[in-house]
Design a protein around this ligand. Structure first.
Ligand SMILES: Nc1nc2c(ncn2[C@@H]2O[C@H](COP(=O)(O)OP(=O)(O)OP(=O)(O)O)[C@@H](O)[C@H]2O)c(=O)[nH]1
Ligand SMILES: [Mg+2]
Length: 249
C-alpha cells in the first residue's frame, strides 16, 4: 500500500488566517472546477469519499486538509489524528473558473488561492490538475505564474485521459511538456515543472502520480511505520461513477 492510503480528513479552512500552524510539507491540488481534483485525491488515497467529488462543478468551496501520518492505520479509521505525528498534508484547494460563482465570492476565492500558493512557506509543491482535453486555460496559467517565482515544483496531472485515444494522449503530453519548457527565468534556466497523464476511470498514471507526490512530500524512502501489520488491503477507491461532460465556463 502507498503511504497516501493513510490519509485522513484533518481540517477545513475558509480564510488564510485559519490555516493550520503545522510545520510539515503541504502538497496542494489546484485546478479548474470539475477538472478532477477531488477524484484524483480519492483515487490516490484509496478512499472513496475522502475528498468530495461531484458532477456539480464548484463543490469544493473550502481548503480541505488531509493528513498523512499521525493516524494509526490498522486501528479504526475514525481514531483521532495525533497532530504532532503528522508527516505531510494533502490540500484540496477550491476549484477556480466556475462561472456560476458570484462576483464577490469568486474574487474572495481567487485572492485566497493566490495568497495561499504565493505565501505559504509550508507549501512544498503544487499539483496542477487539468483536463487533458483543455489544459492551460488562462486561470491555470495564472496559477502557474503565481507559483513559479517561489522556485518550488509544479507537477501537472492531465486528467480524464480515458477521453483521449492513444494519439491524442501522446500529443497532449508532448504539448504540455512544450508549454512547461517554455517557462524560463531571466538566466534562461527552466523551472521544476513536470507533467503526466492520468485517468481515475481507467486507472492510468496512478503509480506515477503516487511516486511523484511521495517524493515531493519527502515521504519516499520512509518505510510505513505499520507496514506488514494487518490492514485493509482491498481497493476501496472506485472509479468516478459516471462520465462528465459538463464544461465549466
Ligand atoms: N471520464 C472521467 N471522468 C472523471 C475523471 N476524473 C474525474 N472525473 C469526473 O469529473 C467530474 C468532476 O470531478 P471532481 O473530482 O469533483 O472535480 P474537482 O476538480 O474536484 O471539482 P471542484 O470541486 O468543483 O473544484 C466528476 O463527474 C468526476 O466523476 C476521469 O479520470 N475520467
Ligand atoms: Mg473538488
Amino acid at each position: 500500500m502507498s503511504r497516501l492510503w493513510q490519509a485522513r480528513f484533518f481540517t477545513t479552512v475558509n480564510q488564510l488566517r485559519d490555516l493550520p500552524d503545522t510545520n510539515v510539507p503541504e502538497i496542494a491540488f489546484a485546478g479548474r472546477s470539475n477538472a478532477g481534483k477531488s477524484t484524483a485525491i480519492n483515487i490516490l488515497t484509496n478512499q472513496k469519499g475522502l475528498a468530495f467529488a461531484s458532477k456539480t462543478p464548484g463543490r469544493t468551496q473550502h481548503i480541505n486538509y488531509f493528513s498523512i501520518g499521525g493516524a494509526h492505520v490498522g486501528q479504526h479509521r475514525k481514531d483521532a489524528v495525533r497532530v504532532d505525528e503528522i508527516e505531510a498534508l494533502l490540500v484540496d484547494l477550491p476549484g477556480y473558473g466556475y462561472a456560476e460563482v458570484s462576483g464577490t465570492a469568486k474574487l474572495h476565492w481567487q485572492k485566497l488561492l493566490g495568497d495561499y500558493v504565493q505565501r505559504r512557506d509550508q507549501l512544498a509543491a503544487l499539483i496542477l490538475i487539468m483536463d487533458s482535453r483543455r489544459p492551460f486555460t488562462d486561470l491555470d496559467v495564472q496559477m502557474l505564474e503565481w507559483f513559479a517565482p517561489t522556485g518550488k515544483p509544479i507537477h501537472c496531472i492531465l486528467t480524464k485521459a480515458d477521453k483521449l485515444n492513444r494519439n491524442e494522449s501522446t500529443n497532449a503530453l508532448r504539448e504540455a511538456r512544450g508549454v512547461l519548457e517554455s517557462y524560463v527565468d531571466e538566466d534562461g534556466v527552466g523551472f521544476p515543472f513536470t507533467v503526466q497523464l492520468f485517468s481515475a476511470l481507467k486507472r492510468i498514471g496512478i503509480e506515477e502520480a503516487d511516486a511523484k507526490i511521495l517524493a515531493l512530500a519527502g515521504l519516499d524512502g520512509v518505510a510505513g511505520e505499520h507496514e506488514g501489520e494487518e490492514e485493509e488491503e482491498h481497493d476501496e477507491s472506485g472509479a468516478p461513477s459516471a462520465d462528465d461532460d459538463q464544461t465549466s465556463a
